[in-house]
Design a protein around this ligand. Structure first.
Ligand SMILES: CC(C)(COP(=O)(O)OP(=O)(O)OC[C@H]1O[C@@H](n2cnc3c(N)ncnc32)[C@H](O)[C@@H]1OP(=O)(O)O)[C@@H](O)C(=O)NCCC(=O)NCCS
Length: 200
């Protein structure tokens, strides 16, 4: 796998700044982690107290080794306020693969912001980390996440993998979505309309 830089890989998109988590991000992340509805399909239950989210902010902000996992605070570019998170984890150097997770505060949804954030993170994974395959494990009822993954080029490859995650005192099943480098939906050349193709 490609060598990795020690500096935090900040990523800029048209509307977003993906940066390291800082203590001031507790409220922004708590709008995600503290919302039981947003956390319905997450790998752990919603944080009932802000102090729990503050603990996550400390943990996520400390990741200086990008080898196994790395989290970015998704911030609005103009205000620099945290509105969500993207993360890769379970990175396997030998297999050139990793898994991703993502969450956006409810008031910010429906504007394509997470697609924008994920494109930047996936481009980083493919181009800078030398990743070949990315997995998204998605709860079978999480329609918005499956739709988003497919819009980015992920293909549904199987599932449900039964009781794959332990979430609090329950188990959750997951569907497997996979994206191979080069299959990204945004990387495809524009389709040539039939009327303009050859012969004319
Ligand atoms: C998944 C998530 C980040 C998507 O945020 P978003 O990009 O703002 O979502 P959008 O509202 O733009 O929806 C993305 C797509 O899903 C569709 N969608 C949204 N809600 C849907 C629903 N309830 N049923 C079916 N499709 C839905 C949208 O129409 C859109 O598709 P389109 O671009 O073809 O129109 C957001 O829903 C979230 O944070 N969920 C909670 C955390 C989570 O479940 N993360 C994923 C863990 S695997």
């Amino acid at each position: 796998m490609a060598p990795v830089s020690k500096a935090f890989p900040e990523l800029l998109t048209t509307r977003l700044r993906l940066r390291r988590f800082e203590p001031r991000d507790v409220d922004g992340l708590h709008a995600c982690f503290g919302d039981p509805d947003a956390m319905r399909y997450w790998t752990f239950p919603a944080c009932s107290a802000k102090t729990e989210t503050a603990r996550w902010v400390r943990i996520l902000g400390k990741t200086t080794s990008p080898h196994e996992y790395l989290a970015w605070a998704v911030a609005d570019k103009r205000s620099d306020r945290c509105i969500g998170m993207v993360i890769y984890h379970h990175r396997e150097a030998r297999n050139h693969r990793l898994e991703i997770g993502y969450i956006l505060a409810k008031p910010q949804r429906g504007r394509g912001l997470m697609a924008e954030a994920l494109q930047a993170m996936l481009a980083h994974c493919f181009e800078k980390l030398g990743v070949h395959r990315v997995d998204a494990l998605i709860h079978p009822d999480n329609a918005a996440s499956m739709r988003l993954a497919e819009r980015l080029g992920f293909r549904p490859e199987g599932g449900p993998l039964r009781d794959f995650w332990r979430v609090g005192d329950r188990y959750a099943s997951v569907m497997v979505y996979g994206l191979i480098q080069g299959e990204e939906a945004w990387a495809k050349p524009p389709r040539v309309a039939a009327a303009h193709r050859g012969g004319g």
